[in-house]
Unconditional design. Structure first.
Length: 668
């Protein structure tokens, strides 16, 4: 990068690591991209996906100009138009919808294609615009709704330990998380702990890359995680290893929860989870006698019927053992609740109460009441449940659909108007990772190609075309960033926009090491609230009936080469990913006469997708797995696993049930 201008920025993608990066710019062109070696969490490394980001910005299929549909919906046939034509048409249609049907007939559908506080799912600019129009609310529940809800009921917050403090742990439970694929920067802290004698256990239905590198893998049945937590604590009680002092000082509801633990002996838990009783007992003994123990649980294990309860019960473990006292002890799910930016979406601009629609219920809620679907930072045809029903909804001729995009995704194919959006090197943004305690500033490195506009600029121009006069709709990106940082919270003291722009990243004002709940919890009582008796385990969804033809539970984990559907069109990453496979245990393959490499249909009443069988001991009998992230139209058969994922809520937070679906496999 010698001779090139160094521009500091941040990765915008839906990953806990939110890497700090450095863009090398020569003659106005981005010529290099690498992880920032000075940032303590990134330490110079990006992932296999983001290493190709600059290539991705220059892809041949990049959308560079506004487009208007000229063919049937879903055909992907468009003509180029000007920005004025596009914005005028959108403005006229939105105004007519508001006048005739009310603002609630507009559904602003935003996803996690970028996590920026300016340009992405947290973006204040778009939400202010929609509030002025009185548009319906969008509940972004697709990622962590159940887990966040469960943790807040127990701890008062979804936040927990600093992931960097896993370097201090002596026992590490990687629970439903594939660290080396989905947030690999944590691994170096785990390796530091191992160098000091830590024992690492992966608890996962799949023997993932991470499970391969762990000291031990427990192949749990999907959705039975809360039962395992109770079984492990049963061993802790049998060893009289609970921290009575911590329990008395900082928890409530212990007596009832203790009875719940005692009603889940190891043998019963082994039967529920599919983990041998001796393995449950062995890990329970380690948990009883190893301080500090750090638990890392992420989104996968809360995507089933009992997902919120699972996180609630697992998060009770460090309260029973007293691990919250110790640096390197506790649990990490998301650090987002440690971020205290002033996200002022100007709810006062709303004309009155409005309807809220749920992100994962697009298939069923995209009904006649919705007259405009405005999609940005999202690709629901590729990422949301029941994709076949979503396609049917998008075919409605009376539905006006606008999509802001980088590429011609399956969702963009159904748009009436497509607007070209900037990518991360082409705009400003403010970021906070949900897997560390740093704020990041992304400085615009290069001019956007073609006629691409940032999300913030698009909404400013659209507001002008609609004749809206609310001043806050026209705030610049730097003004919005200043407002976000002006919360007055102690964690942001001394964190200014000028400082962020100069340094690129700043650790928020939290101590190192960080023991957030050593002296209590942010609940009304100041104590952790144990799950009530009888509410510490909710079993997963079961097959419809004993006579159901669907006998295999499908799990759809993250792919190593795609991030959700981002990079799903990248030629090199698609080449590395090869054709889609479905992992099938030998016993299940033999029972169905399936052979290794055979092309099959994975199907249920909702639909089907096509994949090649990989007979493997990486999954247990009764469990099959196929990764998410492929574009349906670039997949054999034109569908990905979301064709068989039902629109089903978890027990809390209306979380999604991506790992709670029953299927069967037949020759293609």
């Amino acid at each position: 990068m010698s001779g090139a201008l160094r521009v500091l920025g941040a990765c915008p993608l839906d990953c806990p690591d939110t890497c700090s990066w450095v863009v090398g710019v020569e003659n106005g062109q981005a010529v290099s991209l690498r992880g920032n070696p000075d940032q303590p969490y990134t330490r110079g490394a990006l992932c296999v996906k983001v290493n190709r980001y600059l290539e991705h910005t220059r892809a041949a299929d990049r959308i560079l100009h506004p487009l208007r549909r000229v063919g049937p919906k879903g055909s992907g046939q468009f003509e180029r138009i000007t920005w004025d034509e596009a914005l005028d048409e959108i403005a006229v249609r939105l105004r007519a919808i508001v006048d005739e049907h009310g603002g609630e007939a507009i559904w602003p559908y935003v996803g996690t294609g970028t996590l920026g506080y300016l340009q992405g799912c947290e973006g204040v600019a778009g939400r202010r615009f929609w509030n002025v129009l009185g548009a319906g609310k969008h509940w972004l529940n697709i990622c962590s709704g159940a887990g966040n809800s469960g943790l807040r009921r127990t701890n008062g917050t979804a936040a927990g330990m600093d992931p960097e403090d896993f370097a201090l742990s002596k026992l590490i439970l990687l629970w439903g998380t594939n660290t080396l694929t989905s947030g690999h920067h944590l691994w170096k802290f785990i390796q530091e702990a191992r160098a000091n004698g830590a024992h690492v256990v992966a608890i996962d239905p799949i023997r993932t890359r991470t499970a391969d590198q762990a000291d031990e893998w427990l192949a749990i049945r999907p959705g039975t995680d809360a039962a395992l937590a109770l079984g492990l604590l049963n061993v802790v009680l049998a060893e009289n290893a609970q921290d009575e002092e911590y329990l008395a000082a900082h928890t409530e509801g212990w007596a009832g929860f203790r009875e719940e633990i005692e009603s889940h002996p190891v043998e019963k838990v082994a039967e529920i989870t599919g983990i041998p009783a001796e393995a449950v007992h062995r890990l329970g003994m380690r948990l009883a006698h190893t301080r500090p123990t750090g638990l890392r649980a992420t989104h996968g294990l809360q995507r089933h019927a009992g997902g919120g309860t699972a996180l609630r019960t697992i998060s009770a473990i460090p309260a029973v053992t007293g691990d919250w006292r110790h640096p390197g002890g506790g649990m990490a799910f998301s650090t987002s609740d440690h971020v205290h930016l002033d996200i002022d979406t100007r709810e006062d601009l709303l004309p009155g109460p409005v309807r809220t629609r749920v992100m994962t219920k697009l298939a069923s809620q995209l009904d006649e009441s919705v007259k405009c679907l405005f999609v940005y930072a999202a690709n629901p045809v590729g990422s949301s449940p029941d994709s076949n029903a979503i396609r049917r909804g998008l075919m409605r001729e009376d539905l006006f659909t606008v999509v802001m995009e980088h590429f011609p995704t399956d969702t963009a194919d159904y748009a009436d108007i497509v607007l070209p959006a900037t990518m991360q090197t082409e705009h400003h943004d403010l970021h906070a990772g949900y897997g560390h305690l740093y704020l990041m500033w992304n400085e615009q490195a290069v001019r956007p190609p073609g006629e691409c506009l940032s999300t913030t600029e698009t909404f400013r121009r659209l507001a002008a075309h609609m004749g809206l006069t609310e001043p806050s709709l026209y705030d610049s990106d730097l003004e919005l960033a200043e407002q976000l940082l002006n919360s007055g919270h102690p964690s942001l003291e001394g964190v200014t926009l000028d400082r962020l722009r100069k340094e690129g990243w700043v650790r928020m004002n939290y101590p190192k090491p960080f023991t957030p709940f050593a002296d209590g919890f942010p609940t009304r009582s100041g104590r952790l609230r144990f799950p009530p008796k009888g509410q510490a385990y909710v079993p997963p969804h079961t097959a419809v009936a004993d006579g159901s033809p669907y006998r295999l539970r499908l799990v759809t984990p993250a792919a190593h080469t795609f991030l959700n559907t981002t990079f799903g069109n990248n030629p090199e990453l698609r080449r590395r990913a090869k054709d889609p496979v479905v992992l099938v245990n030998r016993a299940d393959a033999d029972a169905r006469g399936l052979t290794d490499g055979q092309r099959v249909r994975v199907h249920n009443d909702g639909g089907a997708f096509v994949a090649d069988v990989e007979i493997s001991d990486r999954v247990s009998p009764g469990v099959v797995a196929s990764t998410k992230g492929r574009w349906p139209k670039l997949s054999p058969g034109g569908a990905n696993p979301n064709a068989v994922v039902a629109e089903r809520d978890a027990d809390m937070g209306r979380g999604a049930g991506f790992h709670d679906n029953w299927v069967e496999i037949s020759p293609a």
